[in-house]
Design a protein around this ligand. Structure first.
Ligand code: NAP
Length: 485
């Protein structure tokens, strides 16, 4: 792949342009260390310009008939579909995931646009009872207005599409700021939306770094809501900045998913799911298996099996056939993984597999599957989100002990429980405080039409299918007095 000159462009008021007098930054591929392109770091003036045009667009766009939005969303899906192979290659180049996984990510995005187009046709409104017999009441759902979408680098196509499809379907305007590490996927998506014919100003793209461009979005008084996916720390900064004009916030934040394996579980199923949840996308997944809680009686057998399973995961060039793990995306996330492993070693945990970066690759970001035993609640691997290809094993005595360990982390995104007993499954599922729990299914199980979101440090708000339409709209109550007209 060659350097992409268009990365310097942003979309504002319906035209692609190159902002002048802004700082710039080079974007380098984690796969081969080569330059992908240079992005502008858009400052407040550029963001405000985008926000003004998005507000202007709102006047008409929010009132368009849903059939018009349906057509545009379907056209966007067609354009993504027509170019999915090229987009998948670019995604792998800038993010580092295996090419097959990139293609699956693109397929999902086509589904989000088609799904949102269908959902908006079926969005129900209400006809409410009221005490006064002379009155009638209906409720409708109004768009929030202009929504800033700030996204991370781990799913650079999926996360923007997952949110933007529903945001546009429900009549909002959108300003996207992709992660600085993966600006190309964001650019390609916005080019598709522009080509599909969304009216001027309904869709904008700005590029840059979080502290400048992201901060300008969260603090702009012309922006009505934020759809943020990223770390808990950034989520807090956005909530503070967004309070200036009481923005409607949807915060999809970090996780520290416990996978709890009770001693009556089908161990082969559990082990395969653990390896998938810990190593897929090199563990850079919000609902990855971050902590593997294993009941004492099956601990030894679990370790033997998980080591065999981990060895089936192949690290290598993500463009090569058979490779299941490419490089990690960036030095910062790899350093965090190094730090968490070092902390566990210092506190007495044992590295059974991997544990440090692999040599002999074009960049220093290739990290092998890592299995660690003897992890305790004091270790960073248990308390914080690691976001690397690590399977840290913690043993527990009984279900209440497993619940105590689960609660020793502040996050509440997704958890999983493995057992053959429906009674035990319910005991755990009713007590664990997370947005989602899977029973005998991988922690990183994902279905884009189900309600998605976290509790506690994992965020607020629910997206996914019709839940996203509710998230990105507000109920308006209309009262008719039949006696006065
Ligand atoms: P991040 O550092 O929080 O960055 C996410 C986005 O926020 C990026 O676009 C970033 O910009 C921007 N940003 C950074 N500082 C900002 C600020 N002060 N104001 C406004 N925007 C700012 O997260 P990440 O490292 O990219 O992504 C990994 C995290 O995302 C993990 O914690 C993961 O669990 C979470 N995640 C959650 C979900 C979910 O659905 N719950 C899904 C995927 C990922 P720059 O990158 O350009 O600096």
């Amino acid at each position: 792949l060659n350097k992409i000159d268009e990365l310097q462009e942003v979309l504002i008021a319906g035209s692609f342009e190159r902002p002048t007098s802004t700082d710039c930054m080079d974007i380098v591929s984690p796969v081969d260390g080569k330059l992908i392109g240079t992005i502008p770091i858009c400052a407040s003036a550029t963001v405000e310009h985008a926000a003004e045009s998005a507000q202007e667009a709102q006047e008409e766009w929010r009132l368009t008939h849903y059939t018009e939005r349906y057509e545009l969303l379907q056209k966007a899906a067609d354009l993504i579909e027509a170019n999915k192979e090229t987009f998948a290659k670019e995604l792998t180049w800038e993010q580092g995931k295996p090419l097959g996984d990139s293609l699956i990510e693109l397929e999902g995005c086509i589904g989000y646009f088609r799904g949102a187009a269908e959902d908006i046709k079926r969005l129900e409104t209400g006809f409410l009872p009221i005490f006064d017999p002379k009155k009638r009441v209906i409720t409708v759902r109004d768009p929030i207005g202009v929504i800033g979408v700030i996204t991370p680098w781990n799913f650079p196509w999926d996360i923007p599409c997952f949110n933007i499809a529903s945001i546009l379907a429900s009549g909002n305007s959108v300003i996207l700021k992709p992660a600085e590490q993966t600006p190309l996927s964001g650019l390609r998506l916005i080019q598709c939306l522009q080509k599909a014919g969304f009216p001027k100003g309904t869709v904008s793209l700005v590029q840059g770094v979080g502290e400048v461009t992201g901060e300008a979005i969260s603090s702009s008084n012309l922006i009505d809501g934020i759809s943020f996916t990223g770390s808990t720390e950034t989520g807090r900064a956005i909530a503070r900045a967004g309070s200036s004009n009481l923005k409607r916030l949807c915060l999809e934040l970090g996780g520290n998913g416990p996978m709890i394996i009770l001693d009556d579980a089908d161990l082969d199923i559990a082990v395969a799911d653990v390896a998938l949840s810990c190593f897929w996308n090199s563990g850079q997944v919000c609902n990855a298996g971050e902590r593997i809680l294993v009941q004492e009686k099956i601990h030894k057998e679990f370790l033997e099996k998980v080591l065999l399973e981990a060895k089936n995961h192949k690290l290598g060039n993500p463009f090569d056939e058979g490779v299941t793990m490419g490089p990690m995306n960036n030095e910062e996330v790899a350093l965090k993984t190094d730090r968490h492993i070092e902390n566990a070693k210092e506190k007495g945990a044992k590295i059974l597999l991997g544990g440090k970066r692999a040599s002999g690759f074009p960049t220093n970001l290739y990290f092998p599957p890592t299995v660690i035993d003897g992890v305790t609640t004091e270790m960073l691997l248990n308390k914080e989100e690691t976001f690397g290809p690590v399977c840290p094993t913690i043993t527990f005595e009984d279900m209440d002990d497993a619940l105590r360990i689960t609660e020793s982390s502040k996050y509440g995104l997704q958890a999983s429980v493995y057992t053959r007993s429906i009674k035990k499954a319910f005991y755990m599922a009713e007590r664990i405080r997370t947005g989602t729990i899977t029973v005998n299914e991988a922690n990183n199980f994902w279905e884009g039409r189900l309600p998605w979101g976290g509790v506690r440090a994992s965020g607020m708000g629910r997206v996914g299918g019709r839940y996203a339409l509710e998230q990105y709209t507000e109920i308006k109550t209309i009262i008719f007095d039949l006696s006065k007209s």
